[in-house]
Design a protein around this ligand. Sequence first.
Ligand code: SF4
Length: 478
Amino acid sequence: MDNLAALGLPPRSSREPPFGRTGPRALSAGARGCPGQAAPAAQTPYIMGVPVPFGQFIVKVHGRCNLACRYCYLYAGPDRTWRDRPAAAGPEVLDRAATRIAEHADTHALSELALVLHGGEPLLAGAGRLAAFAGLVRERAGRERTVHVTVQTNATLLTERRIATLARHSIRVGVSLDGGRPAHNTLRTDHAGRPSWPAAVRGIRLLAAHRPEAYAGILTVVDPRTDPVEMYASLLELGPPALDLLLPHGNWTAPPPGLPAMDPHRHGPGVKRPTPYGDWLSTVFDRWWSAGRRETRIRLFEECLALLLGLPGATESLGLDPVNAVVVETDGAIEQVDSLKSAHHTAAATGLDIFRHSFDDALSHPGIAARRSGAAALAAGCRSCPLLTVCGGGNYAHRYRAGEGFRHPSIYCADLERLIRHVTARLTEATATATADATGNATAHATTRANTTRTATGATVTTPASPTTGPVYAGGPR
Ligand code: SF4
């Protein structure tokens, strides 16, 4: 068992998000008409002289939604580019997207890649069309290559038949939801203001009951006004194999709910302010960590633990690893991830498209390179922060300030610090307990083989080196 397996994580090569990382409430940034775009001397990241390729292709198969959630950053946010785009991706866009994806996979000898069928609401395109596109990408990518396909949906259009079609074509289903109770989902309404909850929960239950192997998990945006434990328990009742807890999109110009307007230049690690999001997440972490068994996977927490132990990260919420996702819009435009659209109009645009440009062209686009250039794109306060390698400055979109761009700490700086320090403390306690158990029950020989290491935040974690090969957790999901 390697360190990743000890954490319950799959090997690095297969650590694509369990479901689309960018739910309809995550957003993107682009160079075209981009007044606040960061202008670091960003360069395409390289490993051993080879550019780090994209590994996750988010294709907007449908650009409209059957819901009109009140907070939606895509359709009610500052970016209005969706209005000028076709409602759905046409056959020529899907055909070209499949070719471009295969071309990128060939160029970089990718053995596997992730395809996320996204929207809007992708099921508006029809399950059959999604299946046909997934088949086309797999065909062009070749048999030797694994294509993990996920559709990210609001679940309201899931029927037994559609679920069967998706499952038959090995398309996993990720669901966006605000919690496991009707009261959590009151802002998720259709265009006539009717609640989406009854249809959504019916779809999720069908999925969990009939094709659990196709159930990828649930994305939920944190609302610190809710009771964290009750919220977590309500989501567990829906049987998700994985959860992702996302911070709502906000920035220094448009702070998220519950955070005051602040000056990023007077902010950094150690600055005291309320941390409603960090408190909420820390409470859920304790509930999850102390369960004694793995009730579900929580991606944010697993990534935080992995980064603390010096392992690679695979999320745009934390860490310094290059973001490996790229978006194809319904008209074939190549864009950055949707989360940037929460910053300003055209923030996700690149001016590139799949008819004239390859994904390799996109790798060197300044906006995309900036989001993939790790510490080089960060504010000075982040670069000198003791939490740097775990936090990584947080989600790129959350660093924005109008007129200044993205070279700031995250608007969630204090919340991220609260969570990371909390997870560090729990990890340290757990490994100390495990070491005490191991040394209490074993011989002095075993004791001498215990390792004391420092986590990325500087905390000391003691791990018995043998007989296990990785860290041992007295607490924490297994
Ligand atoms: S790395 Fe994270 S915690 Fe540190 S200053 Fe930047 S945003 Fe804040």
